[in-house]
Design a protein around this ligand. Structure first.
Ligand code: SF4
Ligand code: SF4
Length: 451
């Protein structure tokens, strides 16, 4: 009997089911984890024997089906009857084979999206209890041991075929560990990228500041020689956006991994659980920024948006049609003598002078993504953190990931854009933001899956 990979029809990057292997909980009261509910990054494209495959795509030889009998009517409306049938097949000495190179789009959602009504949840729960009563633990344990042996035999046979000698003893005791961002919250004195979304946690912080109306002027000038020069470049709690990191990297001529290791602390952002980065201050009494020198900022043309925008703060709200509503605020800090100078600015000519256009393009997209995710009220699952961090903060590595995973075969991207994405890291980041939106939120964003 054969089965295949099952993916969410609304988000084909989200794999729902692959092959199932019996795992009897030690205490006897565990919940069967049938859903993969994770990014389909190509890791499930294998073929191997297993204890069960999902019934939305079962292929039987007629004789095998007749021998093991039909589906149990007691598990009606249909739920867990496929699994129960596979248990009987195992008892009869048969087994399923998973064909991960084939996939079906599954109309039924999984994860939180599957919670459609109390009735359907009640049905699923009821059938689960029935399933647990049909086969005894002893019987299932026997099947589990047989399944493990079958898997080991399969690995050994494949290894022998490849001429490999693999040490697979203890293979089933190992647990994979994902990319982990230690949890921490942040409220920054400088707004991430100079911009924050209206819905974000700094809304309260912004609401305490006087709003700078359109065209309204303020006085400010910053220059080497001013008495407070460099005073503002220490002891900062500065969150970096993906575009901040990209520009810093380019200036430093380093890979994203090197920059993250040397200059950045990682954390997870509030309730969203999104991976986030904070510029690491030096371990000196002043806790200076690692880039400040006597002559000023050593990465000045590519300094983060928050530094570029200071003393302005910008809050942006993007509606469903993509229209941006902006509000500006002046962050007046006592130590800053720039406000005593005669030069006058308004929000528009300040942003133009500071070269903020590219930062707006990327940071608004980023804030929009986080805002859409926050609206779901969900926490980013730990197993997706690594891939989101890779796409947003390691675009040099993400280019390789695009190639390895043949992502362009699975999303609608013109050939011209594909070329740009692989040659220009700013285009890679723009694509990464679209792709993460599709991955996490399904269709409705800028990118469409190829059907
Ligand atoms: S990046 Fe440059 S401008 Fe920003 S805090 Fe550091 S030295 Fe100052
Ligand atoms: S404190 Fe103000 S004026 Fe002084 S260096 Fe910083 S931004 Fe410029």
């Amino acid at each position: 009997m054969w089965g295949c990979k099952v993916v969410d029809h609304a988000n084909p990057f989200m794999i729902q089911h692959a092959d199932h292997h019996l795992e009897i909980p030690e205490q006897g009261n565990g919940d069967p984890a049938l859903f993969v509910q994770s990014l389909d990054a190509g890791l499930f494209d294998y073929l191997r024997p297993c204890d069960s495959v999902t019934g939305c795509c079962h292929l039987f030889r007629a004789k095998t089906l007749e021998k093991s009998g039909g589906f149990d009517i007691r598990l009606s409306p249909s739920q867990y009857d496929d699994l129960e049938h596979d248990f009987r097949l195992l008892k009869d000495g048969g087994y399923a084979v998973y064909q991960g190179h084939l996939q079906v789009l599954h109309r039924k959602r999984s994860g939180l999206a599957s919670h459609t009504s109390p009735q359907s949840e009640g049905n699923a729960l009821g059938n689960k209890f029935k399933l647990q009563a049909i086969h005894t633990n002893e019987e299932l344990m026997e099947l589990q041991l047989a399944g493990r042996k079958r898997l080991l035999d399969d690995i050994r046979a494949k290894s022998a075929h490849l001429g490999l000698m693999l040490d697979i003893s203890g293979a089933f005791d190992k647990r994979a560990h994902g990319f982990y961002f230690p949890g921490q919250n942040s409220t920054g004195a400088r707004l991430p990228g100079g911009t924050m979304h209206h819905d974000d946690e700094t809304r309260d912080f912004l609401s305490k500041l006087p709003e700078l109306k359109k065209g309204e002027k303020y006085r400010f000038k910053c220059y080497p020689g001013i008495s407070c020069f460099n005073e503002c470049c220490s002891d900062l709690n500065m969150v970096l956006t993906p575009y901040d990191l990209l520009r810093m990297r380019k200036n430093l001529g380093l890979s994203s991994t090197e920059v993250i290791k040397s200059f950045v602390d990682t954390f997870t952002a509030g309730e969203s659980n999104f991976p986030a980065l904070r510029l690491r201050m030096t371990d000196t009494p002043k806790k200076s920024c690692p880039f400040v020198r006597d002559s000023g900022c050593s990465i000045y043309p590519d300094r983060p948006g928050a530094c570029r925008m200071y003393p302005l703060g910008r809050a942006a709200k993007i509606d469903k049609d993509g229209n941006v509503e902006e509000q500006f605020f002046v962050l007046h800090e006592d130590h800053c003598k720039g406000f005593d100078e005669a030069a006058e600015w308004n929000s528009l000519n300040w942003m133009e002078d500071q070269g903020f256009d590219d930062y707006i393009r990327f940071n608004d997209k980023y804030m929009h993504l986080i805002s859409r995710w926050n609206e779901t009220g969900r926490k980013l699952p730990e197993k997706l953190m690594g891939i989101v961090a890779l796409a947003l903060f390691q675009v040099d590595d993400f280019q390789q990931f695009i190639k390895d995973m043949r992502l362009f075969e699975r999303v609608e991207v013109s050939e011209e854009r594909q070329k740009a994405i692989m040659e220009d890291e700013e285009e890679t980041l723009a694509f990464a933001l679209d792709w993460v939106e599709l991955l996490l939120l399904g269709q409705g964003g800028a990118l469409k899956p190829r059907m």
